[in-house]
Design a protein around this ligand. Structure first.
Ligand code: FE
Ligand code: FE
Ligand code: ZN
Length: 258
């Protein structure tokens, strides 16, 4: 690999990384679609698979645009970019996220709980992509590559939408709640010999994605920040979250303590 001597070289490097990420997602999604039970979740994943295939094609266009630019620099080199895409560079970040997702699908897990876990896994994927495309877009803007910016932005928007849809399914569409209820009935079965607590689950609602989906937010903190899953949003504007949009989720304090 050549020395990354400037922002353009870094842009190319990172485009290749996200290209590999998209390829891995295309490979991983069918298994998730098959494992999902909730019909809306299945549909959302099927739709995103189609979208992801288009995103990969979009990256092919980005690649071509960047190659054209490279020639303009008069390096005389050809094929510096072609041939590397989809082969040489593997995104280890996406590989790690996907392998975590695959391993939870192999756990002994209730279908309702698995749906929640699949959402969590997909949202990690989306966030990685949002970070990647947000950064790439910022680099392309810095370099004045208008067409590249446009292509990257189209994908970035789609990743945001996918993330928001998953949040809706988890938090408002009942997936987290069904996983919670399933947990409750299992606990009740286990505890049936004990006299206390048929209502022991009340108040427990730590979201499967690790942060409380109904955790408190100080007023103002949630405004203007991007909806993202069960995850907390940063209010700071960085290149990875270039714009504030989307809806803010309603949040309530829930104690995880009994
Ligand atoms: Fe994608
Ligand atoms: Fe990566
Ligand atoms: Zn995606």
């Amino acid at each position: 690999m050549e020395k990354l001597q400037d922002l353009r070289a870094l842009l190319i490097h990172e485009v290749m990384d996200v290209y590999s990420a998209e390829e891995q997602i295309i490979e991983a999604l069918p298994m998730m679609i098959e494992s999902a039970t909730n019909p809306k979740l299945k549909k959302a994943l099927e739709d995103h698979l189609k979208i992801t295939k288009k995103q990969k094609q979009r990256l092919d266009k980005v690649q071509q645009l960047l190659k054209v630019g490279e020639d303009k620099k008069g390096t005389g080199k050809k094929g510096g970019l072609f041939g590397l895409f989809g082969s040489g560079q593997k995104c280890k970040g996406m590989s790690g996220i996907i392998s975590e997702g695959n391993s939870i699908m192999k756990e002994d897990i209730d279908p309702e709980v698995l749906d929640a876990a699949i959402i969590a896994s997909c949202q990690k994927v989306e966030h990685y992509e949002i970070c990647s495309y947000g950064t790439l877009k910022a680099y392309a803007q810095e370099l004045g590559l208008a067409q590249v910016v446009k292509l990257l932005d189209e994908t970035l928007e789609e990743e945001y939408e996918a993330d928001i849809l998953l949040t809706d399914l988890a938090v408002f569409g009942g997936v987290n709640q069904e996983a919670e209820t399933m947990g409750t009935s299992n606990r009740s079965q286990r505890n049936s010999a004990e006299s206390r607590s048929t209502s022991s689950s009340e108040g427990r609602s730590v979201s499967p994605t690790g942060t409380s989906s109904r955790s408190s937010a100080t007023p103002g903190r949630s405004s203007g920040s991007k909806t993202s899953a069960n995850t907390k949003r940063s209010t700071s504007k960085t290149q990875t979250t270039p714009a504030s949009k989307g809806k803010s989720s309603t949040k309530k304090t829930v104690s995880a303590k009994r």
